[in-house]
Design a protein around this ligand. Structure first.
Ligand SMILES: NC(=O)c1ccc[n+]([C@@H]2O[C@H](COP(=O)([O-])OP(=O)(O)OC[C@H]3O[C@@H](n4cnc5c(N)ncnc54)[C@H](OP(=O)(O)O)[C@@H]3O)[C@@H](O)[C@H]2O)c1
Length: 224
């Protein structure tokens, strides 16, 4: 049977590439944008619109998708703060701190909470985390607010998993590596094409396993 995916935050970068990758693997893909994007150039893909930081838009998306079912719900959307990504928590403005936390931690979980019932018992709910979200591996510091937002996301997913201990669905937090995108910057180690096939392989390999897993693109467990 054809597998189906809903990828949230797919207008560009890793989300766009993940949508294209699953399309190429024969999946039926619905992908979301905030404003008109290159997604419309991908043949066979269904495009939806949502800003994950606006709860009314997330609720409206859920209503539009009534009756749909997805083997994979994957929330990719994320941000860095624009003024100075290297600012420490001592330097960052409250507005930047709040925006990063709301976009990277609160909003993905709101999407999960609002759309989770579109995923059947055999399905997977995934969120794009980052290796920078690992508390255990943070020995060098840097990107303090971004790191904290992904750690918060990981913690919230653990709470979600604890609250749904009997839920057979697979829950994934994915770390794609440091990738050349608008967010990752031109100095990143990997190209999108070096990251996304591994991310998709990992999602497919963990399908049906159940439980919550924090994994890199090679399917290796990341330290919490
Ligand atoms: N690149 C890396 O090295 C790296 C490493 C680890 C984790 N990640 C994570 O991977 C994910 C994708 O990052 P990327 O590198 O591909 O970044 P990107 O090129 O900047 O793309 C970010 C994507 O998120 C969407 N987005 C941001 N805020 C949104 C909102 N409020 N509602 C809906 N969509 C929103 C953007 O949509 P618009 O076009 O509308 O802005 C865009 O599609 C993020 O969660 C990021 O934290 C990236």
């Amino acid at each position: 049977m054809t597998k189906s995916a809903l990828i949230v935050g797919a207008s560009r970068g890793l989300g766009y590439a993940l949508a294209a990758e699953f399309l190429g693997r024969g999946w039926r893909v619905t992908a979301t944008e905030r404003t008109r994007s290159a997604l419309h150039e991908l043949a066979g893909l269904t495009v939806e619109t949502v800003d994950i930081a606006v709860p009314e838009q997330v609720a409206a998306l859920r209503e539009r998708l009534a009756g749909a079912s997805f083997d994979l719900l994957f929330v990719n959307a994320g941000t860095n703060y624009t003024t100075d990504p290297s600012a420490t928590v001592a330097d960052v403005s409250t507005e930047d701190f709040t925006r990063v936390m709301v976009t990277n931690a609160l909003s993905p979980m709101r999407v999960v909470e609002t759309l989770q019932d579109l995923v059947p018992a055999t399905g997977t709910i995934g969120v794009m985390s980052s290796g920078q979200g690992s508390v255990a591996d943070n020995t060098n510091g840097g990107f303090e607010v971004y790191r904290a937002s992904k750690s918060a996301l990981n913690q919230l997913m653990r709470s979600y998993a604890a609250r749904h201990a009997d839920d057979p669905r697979t829950l994934l937090l994915l770390a794609p590596g440091w990738v050349k995108t608008d967010l990752g910057g031109p100095g990143a180690r990997l190209t999108v094409d070096e990251s996304i096939p591994g991310v998709a392989d990992t999602i497919e390999a963990w399908a049906g396993k159940g439980g919550l897993h924090y994994l890199d693109r090679q399917g290796q467990t990341v330290n919490w």
